[in-house]
Design a protein around this ligand. Structure first.
Ligand code: FCB
Length: 473
């Protein structure tokens, strides 16, 4: 559908002068050093050490050893000419048990990182939560427990106090969809719970955590940062007569269940109706929606693939389309009658369909719904089975993927979307959650034996993109 469409290969197109080109990572995926300097265990430590939970039993114990190599990793980013870096802060480094006095050593690590970025002219975008919940909080119910949202606000205040004179953009949560539905619904992510009602409870407490953290940050920071949240909004297309109804359901449970409370101050009625058999939503307390709906300056959008759906008539075998683990339970409570159809290729190494037009569609539809809200692509990228040949990685497929998606972003801007920038996922190969180290997303290769970094051809390509703000050949 798209790979043959030259409309989506726009070498030479130029982005506006302030358009940000950055790279993204997440703490548990790169840092390692899980028992150092007072860090407590997170749900991903527990989960990855549970037999059968991750491919090959891989864990983030060492990962990219970024905790020790952060300085040379920052040099690498500077060499790549990146304008901004989106990293996440490990909550259990700041509060080992998710509550109480801050751990100075943990704060110091991120303080040095932020200083190191600024010294290199790279703008720091800090995400407060990219899935590594302190295990002690999970032991008390995790995101099923309202108290976790309150603890998150406390943590946000601590971090805001320490870094709130230097961080340029604050992001509360990364992809709460994954935290709620993969963590508590299908169980393919930590903490590995399979319970639709728990997933919806988690949705609400994550929404609440977002709102409370924004208020907490605003009270303590001393500079004038941008505030944001990053969502993995799903592009859902329908097939046949039942397509529109199936699209409505998935769009509701995946997208509007976050956008509604965060940006419009209400849960969509149709989502409440669809899920009525799963939960009565009594965990939503009076006043919560006012706490959740806080102004943001930019909405972060992570985009990888599209979905094709219809209502299931019981005649065919069902497909899981969350892209993370087809054999697990459903991450879609209240949508048990929706079937996900296989998509036309080409595909990445994750099995995700390559569809840059989906990115354009998503950005345009968001800007139509929220015309005043600037957008940022906070993740986009692709895993491919890279090979090192004569000391180089000629990852032409990844370059092609990036070129097509940046072209889609450029087309969205041409159609009037206020898109401020694009962060490639990822700076370097890393621990890809349940897939362990088997999937490589980096524009820099990591040799996990030696921890050597090797800039791939795609890294050179991004360097040219960042320095010229034009889409390279
Ligand atoms: C997103 C996650 C990120 C990475 C990419 C491939 O869902 O935010 O950590 O795993 O997918």
């Amino acid at each position: 559908m798209t790979q043959d469409n030259d409309d989506y290969r726009g070498a030479g197109l130029e982005f506006p002068p302030a358009f940000v080109i950055g790279s993204a990572t997440a703490s548990y995926q790169i840092e390692g050093a899980v028992r150092e300097d007072g860090r407590g265990p997170s749900i991903w430590d527990t989960f990855s050490h549970t037999p059968g939970a991750t491919l090959n039993g891989d864990t983030g114990d060492v990962a990219d050893d970024h905790y020790h190599r952060w300085e040379s990793d920052l040099d690498l980013m500077a060499d790549l000419g990146l304008h901004a870096y989106r990293f996440s802060i490990a909550w259990p480094r700041i509060q080992a048990e998710g509550r109480g006095a801050p751990n100075r050593a943990g704060l110091d690590f991120y303080s040095r990182l932020v200083d190191g970025l600024l010294a290199r002219g790279i703008s720091p975008t800090a995400t407060l939560y990219h899935w590594d919940l302190p295990q002690a909080l999970e032991d008390g119910g995790g995101w099923r427990n309202r108290d976790t949202a309150l603890r998150f606000a406390e943590y946000a205040a601590i971090v805001g106090e320490a870094l709130g004179d230097r961080v340029a953009t604050w992001t509360t949560l990364n992809e709460p969809w994954c935290s709620a539905y993969l963590g508590y619904g299908s169980g393919v992510h930590a903490p590995g719970v399979r319970d639709g009602a728990a997933a919806l409870t988690a949705v609400h407490h994550l929404n609440l955590a977002h709102g409370l953290a924004l208020s907490a940050l605003r009270e303590v920071v001393s500079n004038t940062p941008a505030y944001s949240v990053t969502l993995n909004l799903q592009v859902v297309r329908g097939e046949g007569d039942t397509g529109p109804e199936a699209v409505r359901k998935i769009d509701g449970i995946a997208n509007r269940v976050f956008l509604g409370p965060m940006l419009e101050g209400a849960y969509p009625q149709d989502v409440l109706d669809d899920t009525a058999a799963v939960t009565d939503w009594s965990f939503v307390r009076p006043g919560d929606l006012d706490l959740i709906r806080q102004p943001i300056d930019v909405l972060g959008v992570n985009y990888y693939f599209t979905n094709l759906v219809l209502l299931w008539d019981g005649s065919s075998s069902r497909q899981a389309a969350d892209g993370h683990n087809p054999s697990a339970g459903s991450p879609w409570p209240g949508s048990e009658d929706v079937e996900f159809l296989p998509q036309p290729g080409p595909y990445t190494d994750m099995g995700w369909n390559i569809a840059p037009d989906g990115l354009e569609e998503l950005l345009v539809s968001l800007s139509q719904r929220y015309p005043e809200l600037p957008l940022m692509v906070t993740e986009n990228g692709a895993a491919f089975p890279d090979r090192v040949v004569d000391g180089r990685v000629h990852d032409a497929s990844r370059i092609d993927y990036l070129r097509r998606h940046l072209t889609a972003a450029h087309r969205a801007i041409a159609r009037g979307v206020d898109l401020r920038g694009y962060y490639v996922w990822s700076l370097m190969d890393n621990f890809e959650w349940a897939y362990g180290y088997s999937k490589r997303f980096g524009i820099v290769r990591v040799d996990y034996e030696t921890q050597e970094r090797l800039v791939k051809d795609s890294g050179q390509w991004v360097h040219e993109l960042a320095t010229t703000r034009r889409i390279p050949e």
